[in-house]
Design a protein around this ligand. Sequence first.
Ligand code: HEC
Length: 145
Amino acid sequence: MKSILAVVLTLLISHHAMADGQAEYKYRQGVMRTVGGQMSSLAAILRGQVHFANLKFHARGMADLAEIVPHVFPEGSGVKKSEALPDIWEQPDEFKKTMEKFVTAAKGIATAAESGDMSAIGPAMKSLGQACKGCHDNFREDADR
Ligand code: HEC
């Protein structure tokens, strides 16, 4: 029993240590696409084009993503194809501040949508958009997109 446990622990630990930059990059891409999808959905609803009652679900989805996004930028994941700039790891304090703005804004849109107070949703959406842009401008290649 003891030896099996030892093997399992070793596997778990070595798995952890063997950070795979390529896998992390792919994962980040998928997560960011989800973030982009939620953002487009929120925008479509706020333009009045689609099912309004879904607003709070997309907003909650964005708040959930705010729990995920801080963990998709591990060191070593700035692989060749990635648009993540080295500043992410070279200026960790700046990056952390930028990340915190996003987390706050994502939670803010969820709170606003939950409250149903339309006057709060506009500003919350604006802050969220600025949080995306704030990070893309400084930490993502080709920020023109
Ligand atoms: C803290 C930084 C940060 C925040 C905040 C952020 N992004 Fe990103 N985003 C990035 C970086 C860096 C990349 C490039 C990732 C890579 O190529 O490895 C990226 C890539 C993307 C992509 C392209 C995914 C793909 O197909 O490769 C989309 C879409 C995207 N972000 C949308 C958003 C939206 C919408 C928001 C706001 C709601 C947002 N991002 C907030 C840093 C951020």
